[in-house]
Design a protein around this ligand. Structure first.
Ligand SMILES: NC(=O)c1ccc[n+]([C@@H]2O[C@H](COP(=O)([O-])OP(=O)(O)OC[C@H]3O[C@@H](n4cnc5c(N)ncnc54)[C@H](OP(=O)(O)O)[C@@H]3O)[C@@H](O)[C@H]2O)c1
Length: 324
């Protein structure tokens, strides 16, 4: 089968598009013919050796796929060849075939395209668990989303509106902010040219934001940590800016606020029930037409490096998807 292969850590251009053996299925696993795979910032980090998980070489990046079941391992109930599924893996998704743990395989609704299926689990799963299970966002509260037109950011805008929040979207260009308005953002801030704190203060009448969703870190964190409301919750999602910030903890004390970490992948090991409940809700909302994954670009699998470079250069809006 064809796959994108990483032989050494480095820039995405070092990846090769090669013929490799199809992975073997063991008990508790399912082999999927990949029809589409989602691209995520962690893929950019993983091929450079900058992600917390560093697989042995050679490996294929790719965390989420949609496709059809082609083989079912021992002890797996509920799936058969031909079923349309979404799969979540630690890596290996940028390939024509991938083996997925049955526990991380989801039936795909009939009305869902493979592109939507591949763009769905990580972005929506991360934002949903962050906003509900971790930050307890309430209807009527104000949510500030940084990197709001990115993969996870845009789903935070969309879900924030669905949960009844007033959403302030912050992003680096007017083109990105326009996309966030399509997804329901009530207010937008171009945080590379405007003073984030002054704008959030003016928009909220001096109360600031009850929940802040931050996949960016770096300078954006330094500005946004000063935008937390009384008893607010600051969600640490990621560091796409490349800098892990430090927090003056007196800010938390003064505002009776909380800094809340969220690593979605850790729930697959530590508490899969949280992910399963979240997906049930998200799939119901998708079925009701309440969620519309934003597919910015779909590229052939062979062009994976172009997609990873687009994310690294801050060019992507919503999700990019690769099709084998
Ligand atoms: N905690 C979790 O479980 C979890 C799950 C998935 C992803 N993540 C993390 O969340 C972050 C975003 O992931 P994603 O897949 O949504 O990525 P993405 O689509 O590339 O979005 C990242 C956003 O970060 C902003 N950004 C600011 N400085 C940047 C820089 N120097 N390079 C690239 N982007 C920059 C960009 O928005 P502007 O241009 O508007 O600033 C961009 O839209 C990553 O750090 C990722 O590792 C965490």
């Amino acid at each position: 089968m064809k796959a994108i292969v990483c032989h050494e850590f480095g820039a995405p251009d070092k990846l090769t598009f090669a013929d490799i053996d199809s992975p073997r299925v063991r008990g508790g696993e399912i082999k999927v013919r990949v029809r589409a795979c989602g691209v995520n910032f962690p893929d950019v980090l993983m091929v450079q050796g900058l992600y917390q998980l560093k697989p042995d070489f050679p490996f294929s990046p790719g965390l989420e796929v949609a496709g059809e079941v082609i083989e079912v391992g021992g002890g797996v109930d509920g799936f058969k060849s031909g079923d349309r599924v979404i799969g979540i893996v630690n890596y290996g998704g940028f390939a024509e075939e991938v083996v997925v743990p049955a526990a991380l395989t989801l039936p795909m609704p009939d009305n869902m395209s493979y592109e939507h299926g591949a763009a769905f689990p990580i972005a929506y799963g991360t934002s949903h668990i962050a906003l509900t299970h971790r930050a307890h966002l309430n209807a009527g509260e104000t949510l500030l989303v940084l990197g709001a037109a990115g993969g996870v950011g845009l789903t935070a805008v969309e879900l924030g509106k669905l949960l009844g929040a007033t959403v302030i979207a912050a992003a680096s260009s007017e083109g990105k902010l326009a996309v966030t308005r399509q997804y329901g953002a009530d207010y937008t801030i171009q945080y590379t040219t405007e003073d984030l704190r002054e704008r959030v203060k003016a928009i909220t009448g001096g109360r600031y934001a009850d929940v802040i969703y931050d996949p960016v870190g770096g300078d954006a964190f330094d500005a946004a940590i000063r935008c937390v409301a009384w008893e607010g919750r600051y969600l640490v999602i990621g560091f796409a800016s490349g800098r892990i910030p430090e927090v003056p903890v007196n800010r938390l004390l003064l505002k009776n606020s909380s800094l809340v970490g969220l690593y979605w992948g850790a729930y697959t090991l530590n508490n899969p029930a949280v992910i399963q409940r979240s997906f049930q809700t998200l799939m119901n909302w998708y079925g009701e037409g309440k969620l519309k994954p934003h597919i910015d670009r779909t590229l052939p699998l062979a062009q994976a490096a172009d997609a990873l470079n687009a994310l690294a250069k801050r060019e992507a809006k919503g999700k990019w998807v690769l099709v084998p």
